[in-house]
Design a protein around this ligand. Sequence first.
Ligand SMILES: O=c1ccn([C@@H]2O[C@H](COP(=O)(O)OP(=O)(O)O[C@H]3O[C@H](CO)[C@@H](O)[C@H](O)[C@H]3O)[C@@H](O)[C@H]2O)c(=O)[nH]1
Ligand SMILES: [Mn+2]
Length: 714
Amino acid sequence: MASTNANLNPPLNTVHLDRWIPLYRAHALLYSTAILGLIYHRVTSIFTSPTFIDACLLSSLLLSELVLAFMWVCSQSFKWRPLDRQEFPERLPDRAGWPKLDVFVCTADPYKEPPIGVVSTALSALAFDYPAEKLSVYVSDDGGADVTLFAFMEGAKFARHWLPFCRENGVKVRSPEVFFASDGCGGGTEEEKLKTMYQTMKERVESVLEKGSVSPKLASSEEDQQIFKKWKEFSRNNHPSVIQVLVKSSKDRDITGQVMPNLIYFSREKRPNVPHHFKAGALNALLRASAVLTNAPMILTVDCDMYSTDPTSPQRALCYFLDPVASAKLAYVQFPQRFQGLNKSDIYGGELKHLYMINPRGMDGFGGPNYLGSNAFLARRALFDSSLEAGNGHDFIKPEMVIEMASGVAACNFESGTKWGDGIGFRYGSLSEDFHTGFRLQCEGWNSVFCDPPQLAFLGDAPKSLHDALSQCKRWTVGQFEVGFAHHSTLTFGVRKASLGLGLTYSHLAFWGIWCIPISTYALLPQLALVYSRPLFPKPSDPWFYLYGYLFGAAYIQDMVDFIYHKGTFRCWWSDQRMWLIRSITSFTFGSIQFISKQLNISSQGFNVTSKVMDDEQIKRYDEGVFDFGVDSPFFVILGTTALLNLCAFIVGIFRYSMVAEIFLAVFGITSCWPVYEAMLLRSDNGKMSERVKIRAFFAAGIVLAVGCVLFIV
Ligand SMILES: O=c1ccn([C@@H]2O[C@H](COP(=O)(O)OP(=O)(O)O[C@H]3O[C@H](CO)[C@@H](O)[C@H](O)[C@H]3O)[C@@H](O)[C@H]2O)c(=O)[nH]1
Ligand SMILES: [Mn+2]
């Protein structure tokens, strides 16, 4: 299929179906027959099992296999009709016909997200190759931090030099932080001058960050001084809305006299005891405030660490928004999230290739990818009809009045009694507001597009410590469950309102967390069976043995081929699958527990922002590909326990030849747990596992063995 657009000749974009689809489907057919065979075998062996305990043990394996089968069925829709798209920005109409663009950069904590990094991200968007009078960059500061505002005041001054420099030298990566950390572009003395300017600004910002507040002396004007004086009474969760227009397109010029885009600092009002709904709340407040100020029909959301690496990416998005057919119900154009500085084997699977590259292509075949929170161009009208809003894009006619109006809509109680967060704007009720918002939009009949051009568009930071990576995944697990188990569930509502294919893909993501059941079972039960010599799987002489072998082998091989086909390497695939196992027994397990306690009102945890700072030693370890177990975390206790049990099973059961399947699982467990043994027994650096964690792991392993003894022997 090559669907071209009849109205436009030549088209702005084209779509092709993946050429391997027949192969995927043939394999799916074969594999599903094998799954049915396995379930049949399990059920019959349960009914013919000699004792009640045997029946229970086999039933728990059956439960695990049913979960795996459910996840497999859902995942098939990613493979059913993946799409490849191509855009032709050179065919876009004249710039005069382009819509306005508002960019939202979110930050939440100056100590976890260094302000200078946020400024660099914002500058990379400010320097987009886009008509300056149509572009506005907003930074949403949920940390309500004066140092962030200070950093942006400095950044605004720097931008006057930076934008023309990028334009004149054809710079691609327009984040100054990244540009100056690299070799630059051979821009001569001008480049040297800018580098010094940037370094000075960075040092000023960092010294303010160290001091903890901006002394009014640092402010460059009387007016700015007044602003920082007010901050004395502000705290993170108790302050009025602050809106500062730092660069004003209608008035400010860069050093070459050219028009500049708007740059606006924004921090919504926050009060204790008024729920603020984390990032979704911030985006909604900004959605309203920006409607008053600039009201661009196209919005780009980026996380503070996701800078642009291609100044022309808005033009790619336009290839869909200006296409009369594709744009009719288009809610967003999603670019992939890619990450910088991953080590060679990507030990923590930070690339998340399935999540950010493979799955969205698959969802595109059914109406579009989920919204990934960052790197997405959204149609404002899909989020809310801004013509209803007071103000409505005043282009700064009466500055004081307009700012007052914008502050009014950013008030913390503005939303009470309205449909904001439920039907309008970014959706509340899930810690994964991006997942929830995309899902609901698609259920309402909106489409999306996955735009993955050969030229990288955005680059960001992935967690580079094991604990951070697992905590982030735990938050996602809770957030996705909140969508999966909601009244408007992905499985029921999604399948009905969006489509079967899309409903299943969303369900696959929403129910990730239940992978903890099969993986934990497979990581413990066959190993106990091996220790106590009580087979759970068929012997190699039994033909059913080969069915299990096929199911395991084919799943792994398909995953590996898929990974490598999508520009991966074998080593990275190995890390990716190992991290999936690690996440399953840690993040998914704790996430599930947290979700349940939240439902039962026992406890609830908010949005724990991922830290974007690390100390030098941590960075060195990461770069060398060495795992970091250096914090006391319950995640590591579970990992230690699992590693010990697999080792123990292997040592005790190595000669039980009739239990080949169980021995294989133990060996597989040991191979996957190798970094855990190193951290427990062989290492002496600060990233090793602490004594406390080790003792707990040994203790827990002992308890599991004792329980196993009761189950298998008594
Ligand atoms: O109360 C909050 C919490 C977070 N953020 C911002 O949200 C973004 C994402 O936060 P981060 O801690 O980096 O979360 P990640 O898990 O890395 O982010 C992924 O997952 C989030 C949902 O869980 C999405 O919002 C993100 O776009 C997606 O990249 C950052 O820019 C934060 O500043 C806020 O603005 N307010
Ligand atoms: Mn992030």
